[in-house]
Design a protein around this ligand. Sequence first.
Ligand code: ADP
Ligand code: ZN
Ligand code: ZN
Length: 717
Amino acid sequence: MSGGPILSTEAAIGAHTVGVVVDTPRHAAVDPVLDYLSEQPLAPGTLVRVPLGARDVPGIVWRSAGPSAAVLQTEPTDAPPDAPKRRLKSVAVALTALPPLSAEWCELLAFSAAYYQRSLGELALSVLPPELRKLDDVALARRLKRLAKAEDERPSRANGLADSASAAPELSAEQAGALAQVLAVLDAPGESAPSPMLLHGATGSGKTEVYLRAAAAALERGRQVLVLVPEINLTPQLHARFAARFPGHRLVSQHSALTPAQRLRQWLLAHTGEAELVLGTRLAVFAAMPRLGLIVVDEEHDASFKQQEGARYSARDLAVWRARQLKIPVLLGSATPSLETWAHAEAGRYRRLAMPGRIGGGVLPEVRLIDMGQLPRVPEGEERVLAPMLVAALKDRLGRGEQSLLLLNRRGFAPVLHCTACGWKSGCAHCSAWRVFHKGERTLRCHHCGFTEPVPRACPECGNLDIHGVGRGTEKLQEQLAELLPGARVARIDADSTRVAGSLEEQLGAVHEGEVDVLVGTQMIAKGHDFRRMTLVAAVNPDGALFSSDFRAAERLFALLMQAAGRAGRSAEQSTRSQMWIQTWHPRHPLYQALAAHDFERFAGQQLAERRQTGLPPYVHLALLRAEGKTRAAAVEFLDDARAHLPATLGPVRCYTPVPPTLARVADVERMQMLLESPSRPALQKVLAEWLALLPKLRTRHRALLRWAVDVDPQGI
Ligand code: ADP
Ligand code: ZN
Ligand code: ZN
């Protein structure tokens, strides 16, 4: 026997039994609330370490049963039910210096675990700071004392972004209208939960100012505020704005790029209520905040609010749940809301706050669709870099000292290398994907598994020397533009150009300083950045998404193009109206037509009608069972077995046969998936819960299976 001491019956008299949630794969199938003894009463929500097998593992007290009568109880092991009962072990460490996690927080965790079909312990330990596990009560108490009086290192000061308080500007009429509604909700007596609010504001309509005012109001009322943003890259800017506006308040960030020590510190500050503002990426939706009074989700449509591994939760959806639980307002902001959110607003379940105008009366850029099919042919053997009128427009901006942005959602020089003699292509040996030709680093690199080799001099199959890139990525476009626009300063921002820490900030800085004339980039630069001198944005080759098998591709493209367009013409002083150019072979496509009219409503209407007709979200709810194996057969066998073990009564739930995802093989792992759908969310949840209780046992029969996971409300199918 190892681990904690086993109490004798005598010693246990007066001890307390507590049910503790732990994370252990062995018990993953059922929610593992294991009973332990404690000499002191421990409130639910207390963090502990408890012996399990040969180790001490972290856990959360889930229930406390008072002074213990039942000292003898089984541990939930795999032992048969008639096995001799074992004595309870004692809690090894209890972090009583830390205020227990609130009942509301535990409820949020329980809901999330149940909804996304994960075990409580796994989810808890993935959302709490890992450092918390290492501390003992004494160390923790010391740390908390330091935090409480730490005037020294206020994070907003530490990074030097906020030196002076910024005065609040006078609100536009639209902003004032939107804010009034938020305030009304904030002050409404908390009888029932207020409807979530959709702040549907054009790019440049001043949504952030509404967030700031709403936050100010919540802070005045002594409440904490949680602001979620889609990307870490966007946090420094927003952090600076909030810090500047609220110099007297403590502001912390929570995202995955923090060091473990920082993460612990920021988490503790929020949990103890010392920090009044928490700003973070999706993980922050689980921030423990005892006085939470307002949640803001900026760019609520963004796909990165959905966690793509482990517990695949949607932070946006959980934010809405959390607000309802606490009966507090939640503000979802976007220029292009997700169709889920839009459908809620259309149905009157969400309150819509509309801000269609731009601050200072700035007009939205004029959208120009270039019909690529109508252009004169280029001579044989030559390549068209850009449509002639777009080139002319770029030169025009150059002459006026204005900036342009070219959007191309493909990095590298060419997406694939090709031999004209034998047809060889630069496939990845480990994935069902092409390796991308990176000219600068002279490599063929797989963007999925990282497999990289020097570019071959000749075709590896036939020795032919005439191998060349097919298609074009940002690297090539940058090179071509430099030739096309002599003297222009052409920069590129994408995942390749920004791999070194700090380089993104540096490159963005150069753009802001006016050191760049033409910026080439991927979707990375379409979001959030406020480029003052930018008067032209062009999408070089956006058509692919129109015919994608991904049912959200059109929605994403529309949002991306709207956002990109929003980078232009944000300064009202600009003499010329800014423009968004789109090179397309399908200028009459309804998506582009709606875009040209800046008509999100029309686009959303079209899309929702289509989704309704084809039975897709938000009209149907989906879940995917994903399986990964060394062979495709291994993955399929597991899924087939799982399918054979579906609950007898499925009701309105349908289960389809296994299919490979778009990217079927990655890093020598074969992937397959199986779709479940239902018009009824509760029906789907019921089936999943019943079914997933069986799957861990089933899994043991499939030795060649590597992993399986369920994805509720998947982003794609
Ligand atoms: P959005 O997030 O809706 O695209 P922002 O919040 O970034 O828009 O606002 C656009 C610009 O307008 C920012 O530079 C912001 O400081 C400025 N701004 C916002 N509200 C006002 C206002 N009421 N008066 C003057 N400037 C404002
Ligand atoms: Zn060849
Ligand atoms: Zn690969």
